[in-house]
Design a protein around this ligand. Structure first.
Ligand code: SAH
Ligand code: SF4
Ligand code: F3S
Length: 439
């Protein structure tokens, strides 16, 4: 058997893709290894969301390229940067053996044969490669959570974002394929299903049958026997329908957790970002969700220093986090991406040091918001899934996660990884809460 090593950068969709890439390769005599030095085939699955992510991919390839002088290894480059740079990658890194895009994963069996025959291969298509993906094995990482992509691509074209160019237009998977994949994962012992999509609530819009919706998919998955949880990420604010909120309420297996990136707290900037909502509309969605669910958490993403962002406009982002009591936010400084509209507004770019300083303030507000959010759970009882156990001075310290994504620590002489336990929260810090098992 040959050995393959994969370095995965970027979001959960890339992690899920890597599990599928390794699964396909396993059927072609490649076994995954954890030490890149031992590999016959080295793959980097890349992310292009910010320039820094893309640079990371290029420098990884540079390192491996040097190894090739001493060892007959094969090197492959895939994921979002591959989809974007295409055959230019072969010019820039002539020692690459294989380049394949985000739409070409299921062509790997043919591609790998060519690579083994000594060809240099580049497979990037703009249109989806239609295949029955259920025939391939998935090498899932971890034993508790199973990623399941349900929709890929994006039709929104936010002015800062590269994703529509790296993942193409929205296309949903057949509901049946998803249900089969979920059933299999639950039979294998997974305790959590996370449905993935760049805009998960657009699921089924390309099927035009008005029954294939995220809400109905949740209802179907909720019927699968067994004790497990269902999550879904990422939601586009104004695509969260009342029917989806109803489904989350009806389905006991669905976590009361919403990841709804706001991007900016200022309506003018939101317009320039081509987001289809303003501050008020986003607030209405958050209010509606909070009213419906007791222990719900709502997390978000924000960009600091979008072209032309004034100090006052940035301040609106800080006040939004506080006013909306957002439980946690991913934050980033704006990074210009080639091909996107905002990248052309060079004269409006915010200086690096200003972006950095704004990001720092944003992170500080985020930390305060997290601490406040955690404190709100003191005295509440949450059902958690046990993820890890550490023995310390004869005590078993449990790390677990609640349905609303809070990290919960507690002591237990008996709890095992994969158990669901009720914990009463007693203490809160910035990134986690502590409590005691309710017996
Ligand atoms: N589909 C999701 C977001 C996917 S991209 C949505 O619409 O909200 C993940 C996050 O990366 C975004 O939420 C955004 O905050 C960040 N991001 C995207 N492009 C960026 C850029 N050019 N610079 C900085 N952050 C960016
Ligand atoms: Fe990017 Fe906007 Fe699409 Fe999200 S909705 S992936 S931010 S273009
Ligand atoms: Fe990055 Fe592609 Fe995901 S650009 S964030 S890996 S969709």
């Amino acid at each position: 058997m040959k050995k393959v090593y994969i370095e995965t950068m970027g979001c959960q969709m890339n992690k899920s893709d890597s599990e599928r890439i390794i699964g396909i390769l396993a059927q072609f005599n490649y076994q995954e290894c954890t030490n890149p030095r031992e590999a016959d085939l080295l793959l980097v699955n890349t992310c292009s969301i910010r320039q820094l992510s893309a640079n990371k991919a290029y420098s990884q390839i540079g390192v491996w390229g040097k190894w090739k002088k001493h060892k007959p290894i094969k090197i492959g480059f895939c994921g979002c940067v591959a989809q974007q740079d295409k055959e230019n990658l072969l010019k820039r890194f002539p020692y690459l053996d294989l380049v394949f895009g985000t739409h070409n994963i299921y062509e790997l069996p043919q591609l790998i044969k060519k690579v083994e025959a000594g060809e240099q291969v580049c497979a990037i298509t703009e249109t989806p490669y239609k295949t029955d993906e259920t025939q391939y094995q998935i090498n899932r990482k971890g034993n508790l959570n199973a990623w399941i992509p349900i929709i890929e691509g994006c039709n929104n074209f936010c002015t800062y974002c590269i994703v529509p160019y790296t993942r193409g237009r929205e296309r949903s998977r057949e509901m049946n394929a998803i249900i089969q994949e979920a059933k299999k994962a639950i039979e294998q012992g997974f305790k959590e299903i996370t449905l993935l999509g760049q805009n998960v609530d657009s699921y089924g819009k390309d099927f035009k049958d008005n029954k294939t919706t995220l809400a109905n998919l949740l209802r179907e998955l909720n019927k699968i026997n067994g004790k497990f949880r269902i999550r879904f990420v990422t939601s586009y604010p104004t695509d969260i329908t009342d029917d989806l909120i109803d489904a989350v309420e009806e389905c006991e297996k669905v976590c009361k957790y919403f990841h709804i990136p706001m991007q900016s707290g200022n309506s003018e900037i939101l317009k320039k970002m081509n987001r289809r909502y303003n501050r008020e509309q986003y607030k209405n969605i958050v209010d509606k969700i909070r009213k419906r669910f007791k222990h719900v958490t709502i997390t978000s993403d924000f960009i600091a220093g979008f072209p032309g962002e004034t100090e006052e406009q940035f301040n609106d982002t800080l006040t939004a986090i506080k006013e909306l009591k957002l439980d946690y936010s991913n934050t980033a400084a704006y990074s210009p991406r080639e091909k996107t509209i905002a990248a052309k507004w060079v004269e409006k770019y915010i200086p690096e040091e200003v972006k950095k300083e704004r990001l720092e303030r944003l992170n500080n507000i985020n930390k305060q918001a997290c601490t406040e959010s955690n404190k709100r759970f003191i005295g509440e009882t949450l059902e958690v899934l046990v993820e890890d156990i550490k023995e310390k001075n004869g005590k078993r310290i449990i790390t677990s996660r609640a349905g609303n994504n809070k990290i919960v620590h507690f002591e237990s002489p008996t709890a095992q990884i994969g158990d669901f336990v009720n914990v009463k929260i007693e203490q809160a810090s910035m990134w986690c809460v502590k409590g005691s098992e309710v017996l």
